[in-house]
Structure formats: structure tokens, C-alpha cells
Write a protein that binds this ligand. Structure first.
Ligand code: NDP
Ligand code: 8X3
Length: 257
């Protein structure tokens, strides 16, 4: 029997934008209780009105790169929010497009700290509770980038390859428990991702999505909802989804005007 999200507690990191926000809305539509985290808590608060159907919403100002803050935030959750059923490790970013031998150290640090260490910190803080309660589902955001490296993107791609290994290892380490572990690996999705990568250069970001129909954040949220609503004995290990006009990290079909 498929799972019902009504009254399930879903903790989504990076819920202030893009895929995280679309997932929050999709979970809300199924009556989930939403624990939403991001650095921009004002954004989370202003999106409350778009979360129709949610059982309840609790927002957290949280930087996942801050290990102590992650531990504190989870430990300090109000009692009625502690029994997290679904963790969506979505917070992530890319910075720049540079050759490895010319890359900026601070860009590397930020991507690794957020996409790899942040995911680990949140997982470490949340999953022991799931194990002791005997229920839970962890959904990590991977990428086509983790499956095939593209030029000038090696460090971002490496963080998503690390996500893939960590997800695989977590699934192995949880074997024998009822917990489920999924990686959702999208190709090109139109969000604020490229604007963040190019540090606010909207024109450069828009070019990424020119003459091609990218995935929407809702397409990815749909895959996440699918994974978390399968019957309790079914683990969707991985979902790889791309626009029809994308074959992998390197091959795109763009129409000319
Ligand atoms: P967005 O930039 O639209 O959203 C990223 C989210 O991550 C924001 O809510 C941001 O919130 C949050 N975030 C970033 N850094 C931190 C941090 N240190 N602590 C807490 N939250 C943080 O991008 P997407 O929705 O596209 O990205 C979501 C995930 O999907 C990422 O892991 C990305 O790598 C992955 N992905 C994206 C693809 C794409 O083409 N867009 C394709 C494949 C995977 P705030 O700034 O408020 O903290
Ligand atoms: C985001 C997709 O191709 O820009 O993970 O790396 S890509």
C-alpha cells in the first residue's frame, strides 16, 4: 500500500527556493507537517501562504555548513516537531565555472562545506532519531553532475559524486532497519541555481536555460513525492531525471531561433 504523507513530519533543507520550495509545496498538498530550513528565514516565512494543505509549518534559520548550529537546531526542536519522518537533504549550491588549476579556493570551500559536509551534519543530527523510532526516509539531492563530470565544473561535480557515495553508504549502514534512502539526481532544472553560481549575474544565468526546455522544480518535487509515497517495503534507491533535450552532463540539444 502506498504511503500517506498526511501528518508526516518532513524536514527539508534549502526550502527557501527552487527544488526545496517546490517539494515543500508538493508535500503540503498531501497534508504533511513541514519543518523548513534555510539561511533566509524571511523567505521561508513569506512562502507560508503558498503551502496550502500543510498540517503545520515550522521554519528554522539554519546554515547547514555550521555544524554546531545544526546540532543545536535539531536538539532544540519543540517536542511536537522532533519525530522527523522524512529528511530531504536539498540545500546545495555551485560557485563559478573554472578550470581546476585556476579555481578559487573559497568557491571550493563553499561547495564542499555545503553540499558534502552540510549534508553529513544534518544526516548525523537527524538519522539517529529515525533509527531509534524505527521509521524514516532520507532523500538526498544528487545530480547528473555526480555521474559525469563536465569541464570547468569538477569541484561541484565532485560534491555530487560524494553525495552519491554517501547515499550508497548510508543505505548500506541502515540495512536491517526499516529506514529508506533515496538519491534524486536531476539534470538541468531552472531555479536560482545558476544565478547563485554566477553570483547574481542574471543575464549569464538566463543563458544556461536558453533554447532548451529545462526541468521545473515541480518535476523534481514530483519524483521526490513518488519516492517517499511508495509502500513501506519498497526503496527507490535512485531517480535520474533530465529534460528530454539533455542526454547527460555534456550533451544537450538546443533549438536555434
Ligand atoms: P536554488 O539556488 O534555487 O536553491 C538552493 C537552496 O539551498 C536555497 O533554498 C538556499 O537557501 C539553500 N542553501 C544554500 N546554501 C545553504 C546553506 N549553507 N544552508 C542552508 N541552506 C542553504 O537551487 P536548486 O533548487 O536548484 O538546488 C537545490 C539542490 O538541487 C542543490 O543541492 C543542487 O545542487 C541540486 N540540483 C540542482 C540542479 C539544477 O539544475 N538546478 C540539478 C541537480 C541538482 P538560502 O540561500 O536561503 O540558505
Ligand atoms: C546541477 C545541474 O548540470 O548544472 O546539478 O551541474 S548541472
Amino acid at each position: 500500500m502506498s504511503q500517506d504523507l498526511a501528518q508526516k513530519i518532513a524536514f527539508i533543507t534549502g526550502a527557501s527556493s527552487g527544488i526545496g520550495l517546490a517539494t515543500a509545496r508538493a508535500f503540503a498538498a498531501q497534508g504533511a507537517r513541514l519543518l523548513l530550513a534555510a539561511r533566509r528565514q524571511d523567505r521561508l516565512e513569506s512562502e507560508r501562504a503558498t503551502l496550502a494543505g500543510a498540517g503545520d509549518v515550522h521554519t528554522l534559520q539554519l546554515d547547514v555548513t555550521d555544524h554546531a548550529a545544526v546540532e543545536r537546531a535539531i536538539a532544540a526542536l519543540p517536542q511536537q516537531w522532533q519525530a522527523i519522518d522524512i529528511l530531504v537533504n536539498n540545500a546545495g549550491l555551485s560557485r563559478g565555472l573554472d578550470k581546476v588549476y585556476e579555481g578559487k579556493r573559497l568557491d571550493w570551500e563553499e561547495m564542499i562545506d555545503t553540499n558534502v559536509k552540510g549534508l553529513l551534519y544534518v544526516t548525523r543530527a537527524v538519522v539517529p532519531g529515525m533509527v531509534s523510532r524505527g521509521r524514516g526516509h532520507i532523500v538526498n539531492l544528487g545530480s547528473t553532475a555526480g555521474r559525469m563530470t563536465y569541464p570547468n565544473g569538477a569541484v561541484y561535480c565532485a560534491t555530487k559524486a560524494a553525495e552519491r557515495s554517501i547515499t550508497e553508504g548510508l543505505r548500506e549502514d541502515l540495512l536491517g532497519t526499516p529506514l529508506r534512502v533515496t538519491t534524486i539526481d536531476p539534470g538541468m532544472v531552472e531555479t536560482e541555481f545558476s544565478e547563485v553560481r554566477f553570483r547574481g549575474d542574471k543575464a549569464r544565468a538566463a543563458k544556461v536555460y536558453e533554447n532548451i526546455k529545462p526541468l521545473t522544480p515541480e518535476d523534481v518535487a514530483d519524483a521526490i513525492v513518488y519516492a517517499v509515497t511508495r509502500p513501506a517495503h519498497v526503496n527507490i534507491s535512485e531517480v535520474l531525471l533530465t529534460p528530454v533535450a539533455q542526454a547527460n552532463s555534456l550533451l544537450f540539444h538546443r533549438t536555434t531561433k
